[in-house]
Design a protein around this ligand. Sequence first.
Ligand SMILES: NC(=O)c1ccc[n+]([C@@H]2O[C@H](COP(=O)([O-])OP(=O)(O)OC[C@H]3O[C@@H](n4cnc5c(N)ncnc54)[C@H](O)[C@@H]3O)[C@@H](O)[C@H]2O)c1
Length: 277
Amino acid sequence: MTGSAMSFKDRVVLVTGAFRGIGRAIAAAFAEEQARVIINDIGTEDELSGMLLKPPFNNGQTRTMQADVGDSGAVDRMFEEIESTYGRLDVLVNNAGIIRRGSVETVTEQEWDDVIRINLKGTFNCSKAAARLMIRQKSGKIINISSIAGKTGDITSAPGYGPSKAAIDALTKTFARQLAAHGINVNGVAPHAIETDMSAEWSEEKRKAIIEAIPLKKLGQPEDVAAAALFLASDKAGFITGEILDVNGGFLMDYPRISMVICIQANMSSLTPINTV
Ligand SMILES: NC(=O)c1ccc[n+]([C@@H]2O[C@H](COP(=O)([O-])OP(=O)(O)OC[C@H]3O[C@@H](n4cnc5c(N)ncnc54)[C@H](O)[C@@H]3O)[C@@H](O)[C@H]2O)c1
C-alpha cells in the first residue's frame, strides 16, 4: 500500500515500547507514511533521542517521550505533553510489553505483578488517557499488540504472560464497545513467533520446532506486525472494531484448531500447539 493509500500524513501517532523490536518497526512504518510519530519507551532520554539521528526518524517530525506505561502518573504526564504539543492524538499503538520465562512452580509474585502491570495495566493506562483526547476530537484508533498466547496459553513463559494478553483482548473489545459511539476504533494484533530480542533467547532446537509448526515455514518479522497495525489504524479499516488480527504464519486457524484437537485425541503429537510467545 502506498503512502497516499494509507493517508497518515501529519497524523499524530504514539507507539509505546518503540525503542526496539516490533514497536520500533511500527514507529518506523508510520514515520515512512509521514505521520508525526511519538516514540515512547522506558530507556533514558539520551538513548531514546539517539534514535532521532537515523532514518526514518530524522525527519524533524518524530519525537521521543520517556515513560513507564505501567505508572499511571507517568502516563498522565506524557499525555499532558502530547496535548500541549499537538492538541490531539490520532493513533495509539499499545506495544510495550515484557515476558518472563518460567513455570507455575517457579513463578514469583513479583514476576506476576511486573507482567500484569506493564502488559495489561500499561495498555489500560494509555488507552484511558488517549480516549479522553479522542472522545473530544470524535475520532481515533487504538491498536493493542496482544499475542497468540492470549488465546492458547503458553508452555514456556511465566504464567502471567498469556493471561495478560487474554485480558488485553477483552480490554480491546470492552474499549471498542464503549468508544464506538465516539467514532473511535479499537483493535488488536496477535502475533506469534516474530524475530525480536524477545525471541532471540530461543535455542536452535526450539527455533526449528517453532518454524516446523508454522504452515508458512518461517518466522515473522517486526514489519509483518507493523503492516497489520498500519492497516487497522488506517481509514481503510474504518468498519473494523473489536477485532484481534492474527499474524502468525497460519499457526493458529479456526479449522486447524479443530483438526489439532482431533490429532491430539488420535495421539498425533506433531500438531500440538507448543512454544508460543
Ligand atoms: N516477539 C514476538 O514473537 C512476540 C509475539 C507475540 C507478541 N509480542 C508482543 O509484541 C510486543 C513487542 O514485543 P517485542 O518482541 O518487540 O519485545 P522487545 O522486548 O524487543 O521490545 C519491547 C519494548 O518495550 C519496552 N518496554 C518494556 N517495558 C516498558 C514500560 N514499562 N514502558 C514503556 N516501554 C517498555 C522495552 O524497553 C522494549 O523497547 C510485546 O507486547 C509482546 O508481548 C511479541
